[in-house]
Design a protein around this ligand. Structure first.
Ligand code: SAH
Ligand code: SF4
Ligand code: F3S
Length: 458
């Protein structure tokens, strides 16, 4: 009997914490499990295998992952065949410590070890279908070349799918754990990215989001010639049936004019750029080792707006980085006022052990950091509302994603510039359709629109 036979009909549950790259990786592991005959479930009571994909970016992310894994003890106790895999960045970061703290964990595997996970789960002794359950197995070896070549992530039925085009990160931002846990930067081959895109489009996906920690430093120096990030956008533009291309996150240091031209040339590339800022203070940017200045950031924004009329710009901001003075903080607020971001993900600085800034003494109390975070959020809220209000009265193309969870007669979609719009059902409104909608009002942070029936598109 092959292990595929013994596990067919067995079910696995995926729980994912962290960023979109973890979402993609969870689906890579999901594809591997399904190839072995397992089926996904959302019902914990019927899961034979729990896969918890974890994040280490801030202390809070790790606390959540520990709590989630701890809560799985119940299932393990009540159904002895159950196996628990803790994977991802926190698995890499804490390794052997995880089964010490959580004795019911069977497998701990970092982001380069998902091939090993397959061996662990479907190892020699498969009497219970899954592994042997004799003590935890831990794999945290890093592999600078692991790109999961030849593998494609499972699709979850959404109209939009992520595609990781590069793994790891070569920057050394002093606050950030990612280079430690994800290893060095490596790009996938353009041929593989295009093949994966073609495949998922044939499965009904209309929109892709290209992922990488510094996605615009993508570079394939393969046998078919050099492919830059801008070149990749141009190649993906040619994929029939693909309607929208997004990407996240470009690093300001690598935002060249050719990339901006490619976004302008390729009508499938959405008019939205998520470009993390972190801080508006030059001295802090230097301390963070971000490799750009406030002036350079503003210059890119200017070029984006001159070349891509109406482009939405979103960002990430850290409040209360170690050593942040009131003046530094004011610089962040003034830059936000100058740019007026469409949206921002805002965080208070969380010291991460193993990063350079961890060893520096913090001058701000937790309460002070929280206060600064609140001031950033408050200012951003006025800009977010302002940018949403600017769309009211306009007709925008929206990609319909799903019925609204609150009211099944309404559907949720997104504009090219990544704003959520709710529309009442109308003929032609269905998952995956691109329709034109007149935006009628903003309620809170959601726009409401009405589909214009005469200009319906496919
Ligand atoms: N590679 C991306 C960021 C990935 S991490 C980039 O460089 O733009 C996502 C965001 O988490 C970062 O942009 C940053 O704003 C935030 N972040 C990372 N480390 C953090 C820390 N130690 N404390 C608080 N926020 C952090
Ligand atoms: Fe972290 Fe900086 Fe790399 Fe982004 S670019 S993942 S913030 S080290
Ligand atoms: Fe978290 Fe790892 Fe992503 S630390 S933010 S899951 S790369």
């Amino acid at each position: 009997m092959t292990s595929g036979d013994s596990t067919s009909g067995q079910k696995y549950l995926l729980a994912t914490f962290g960023c979109q790259m973890n979402e993609y990786d969870s689906n890579l592991v999901g594809a591997m499990l399904e190839k072995r005959g397992m089926e996904i479930t959302e019902n914990p009571d019927e899961a034979n295998l729990f896969v918890v994909n974890t994040c280490s970016i801030r202390g809070g992310a790790e606390d959540k992952a520990y709590a989630r894994v701890a809560a799985l003890r119940y299932h393990k106790r009540h159904r002895p065949g159950v196996r628990i895999a803790v994977i991802g960045c926190m698995a890499q970061n804490h390794g052997e410590k995880i089964p010490v703290a959580l004795e019911h964990v069977d497998y701990v595997v970092g982001p380069d070890g998902y091939g090993e996970l397959e061996g662990m789960i479907f190892g020699e002794d498969t009497r219970n279908g899954l592994g042997n359950g004799n003590g935890a197995q831990v794999w945290t070896a890093q592999n600078d070349f692991e790109n999961y070549e030849g593998m494609m992530a499972r699709l979850d039925g959404s109209t939009s799918a992520h595609i990781t085009i590069m793994r790891g990160c070569n920057k050394r931002c002093t606050y950030c754990i990612v280079p430690t846990v994800r290893g060095v930067e490596r790009s996938r081959s353009a041929a593989e990215v295009i093949a994966e895109t073609r495949h998922i489009v044939s499965q009904g996906v209309r929109e892709i989001c290209l992922l990488g920690q510094t996605v615009n430093s993508y570079r394939d120096d393969g046998p078919d010639g050099k492919v830059s990030f801008a070149d990749l956008l141009r190649r993906l533009q040619e994929v029939d049936g693909l309607r929208r291309i997004r990407f996240t996150s470009p690093h300001p240091r690598h935002f060249d004019s050719d990339t901006i031209r490619a976004i302008a040339e390729c009508d499938k590339v959405c008019n939205h750029v998520h470009m993390p800022l972190q801080s508006g203070s030059n001295s802090l940017l230097k301390k963070m080792r971000r490799q750009y200045t406030r002036e350079r950031y503003l210059e890119i924004v200017e070029e984006l707006r001159a070349t891509l009329p109406g482009v939405a710009i979103t960002t990430d901001i850290i409040a209360g980085f170690v050593g942040e003075t009131e003046e530094d903080f004011e610089d962040t607020l003034s830059l936000m006022r100058a740019v007026r971001f469409d949206h921002a993900y805002m965080f208070s600085y969380s010291p991460r052990e193993g990063t350079p800034s961890f060893d520096e003494v913090e001058t701000l109390s937790a309460a002070d950091k929280q206060l600064r975070l609140e001031r950033v959020i408050e200012l951003q809220m006025t800009h977010t509302e302002e940018r949403l209000d600017a769309l009211v009265g306009r007709t925008e193309e929206i990609l319909i994603e799903s019925p609204s969870s609150r009211d099944a007669t309404e559907w949720v979609g997104k504009t090219g510039d990544f704003k959520k719009v709710i529309v009442p059902y109308a003929p032609g409104v269905e998952k995956g359709a691109l329709v034109n909608a007149r935006i009628r009002e903003r309620r809170g942070l959601t726009l409401r629109g009405i589909v214009e029936p005469l200009i319906l598109q496919g």
